[in-house]
Write a protein that binds this ligand. Structure first.
Ligand code: FAD
Length: 430
């Protein structure tokens, strides 16, 4: 059976693969996108039911298509985001083959090609782009044994409050996912404990502008690297309920019990670090520093935006902040479920090339890997802070497509001797 050949094989048809297909098409690079599930699958089956986009429709999108029919300042549902990406793929004519999994890609020795094993046969490709997503495999820290008699699930598998057995819920992790899930459960009448680590919590809006706008004008989306020492600081934002600033003091006042970082488990008791107030205080500082930066921007540029002194209001400390819970006997507290909103890891097991460091992390510069012909897209901080966001990946995709086109032109170059040889061969065969 002849082996299918393609110039550039893109693995994954989420926002990254779709954006790349658009740019490769514009550059005239023949390519194929393989997707093991459906287009934009992560938005359909990898998120909880009520999830809406974290950013408003005017911002969290590709530059060439608006969210038709949506309030530009509203937050589209996850299904609407998935539909948008499907529409976009159709609009740009992305050559996507769904239901095909890439099992292995490795260099063919001595040839400038990669052999790609897929669930539907072999493909040979000059370039391989891993657009398989930054949020692939749920990570659960090894704290709670499986057999302690509570339901444990990762935020990736959480769908809605009805899915959980009756009783109190412990949510571990207070980034955007953990905080939204904890809030949803509390609104559904559950007793909820939320384990809060280091975090940033930008204002949803300030002086009439969404924080995505502020990050844009302040140049913060384009930060090239995370500040040293803040690699584990998560960001807590939400578009839920029309978009509200995440304020842990307010949430505590509404009935959520905040605790520090979850540390260990013994004899039915979960233990938390004594870092709750510190984490909340630093989160407040990150919030206030953004208001300060926004005010300074207004003063400097003279832009006419209404003042908003109420944004600096500090909610009073609730009991859980005054006397933080350090130990929780799960059975005594009636906790029947633990939700781990503790992040994800990537999976490049299928990519057998020399493009990873000794910890298995991609070795790359703006997605161009150390292995010629291998590229990454959608990595956190691939080129900037915005790299994993819908609009940010579009710019990274343009860079990758340009780099592939540039390399193609180098490969097509023929030196004077080769050109003369080719001309002679052509003349002889004429
Ligand atoms: C809970 C949550 C909420 C988020 N909300 C927002 C938001 O509001 N706004 C925003 O801009 N960003 C948001 N993000 C971040 C980001 O936009 C999404 O994670 C997005 O899905 C990433 O797109 P991607 O194309 O890089 O990866 P994915 O969407 O994960 O796409 C990768 C694709 O590759 C496929 N694949 C993987 N391995 C293989 C293989 N071996 N062979 C074939 N196919 C394969 C997968 O099936 C998948 O469809 C959110 C992330 C999470 C986790």
């Amino acid at each position: 059976m002849p082996v299918e050949e393609v110039d550039t094989l893109v693995v994954g048809a989420g926002q990254a693969g779709i954006a790349l297909s658009e740019h490769l098409g514009r550059n005239g690079v023949p390519h194929l996108v393989l997707e093991k599930n459906r287009v934009a699958e992560a938005w359909r089956s990898g998120r909880w039911d009520s999830l809406v986009a974290n950013g408003p429709a005017w911002h969290d999108r590709f530059p060439n298509l608006e969210f038709n029919g949506e309030d530009p300042d509203g937050f589209p549902t996850k299904e609407r985001v998935a539909d948008y990406l499907v529409d976009y793929a159709k609009m740009v004519g992305a050559p996507i083959r769904t239901g095909v999994e890439v099992l292995k890609a490795a260099r063919l020795p001595g040839r400038g090609l990669f052999q790609v094993e897929t669930s539907e046969g072999l493909i040979e490709a000059r370039n391989v782009v891993a657009a398989t997503g930054a949020f692939q495999h749920p990570v659960i820290p090894p704290i709670l044994p499986e057999d302690v008699g509570v339901t444990q699930l990762h935020s990736f598998h959480y769908r809605n409050p009805e899915q959980l057995p009756a009783g109190a819920v412990m949510v571990v992790g207070a980034g955007s996912s953990g905080t939204q899930i904890a809030d949803e459960l509390r609104r559904a009448g559950r007793t909820v404990y939320l384990s809060v680590g280091p975090h940033d919590r930008p204002p949803r809006t300030y002086r009439g502008r969404d924080f995505v706008w502020w990050l844009g004008v302040l140049g913060l989306w384009d930060l090239e690297a995370v500040d040293p020492g803040t690699e584990h600081v998560t960001i807590a934002v939400s578009g839920a309920y029309g978009g509200k600033t995440i304020d842990f003091r307010r949430l505590a006042g509404e009935g959520l019990t905040l605790v520090g970082m979850t540390q260990s488990f013994k004899d039915g008791v979960l233990t938390f670090a004594g870092d709750l107030q510190d984490n909340i205080t630093k989160g407040d500082q990150s919030y206030l520093s953004m208001l300060d930066a926004a005010d300074a921007y207004v003063a400097r540029t003279g832009i006419d935006l209404p003042e908003e002194p109420a944004a600096r209001r500090v909610y009073p400390d609730s009991e859980c902040l005054i006397n933080p819970v350090r130990e929780l006997d799960l059975a005594a507290a009636g906790v029947t479920s633990v939700i781990w909103a503790t992040g994800f890891r990537q999976d490049f097991d299928w990519l057998k090339v020399d493009a990873f460091d000794d910890k298995g992390a991609p070795r790359h510069q703006r997605g161009v890997s150390s292995e010629p012909g291998v590229y990454f897209l959608g990595l956190p901080w691939q080129s900037r802070r915005g790299s994993t966001f819908i609009w940010g990946v579009w710019h990274d995709a343009k860079h990758i497509a340009d780099q592939i086109a540039i390399q193609r032109s180098y490969q097509e170059y023929r030196g004077p001797g080769e050109r003369a040889h080719m001309e002679r061969a052509e003349a002889e065969s004429a």
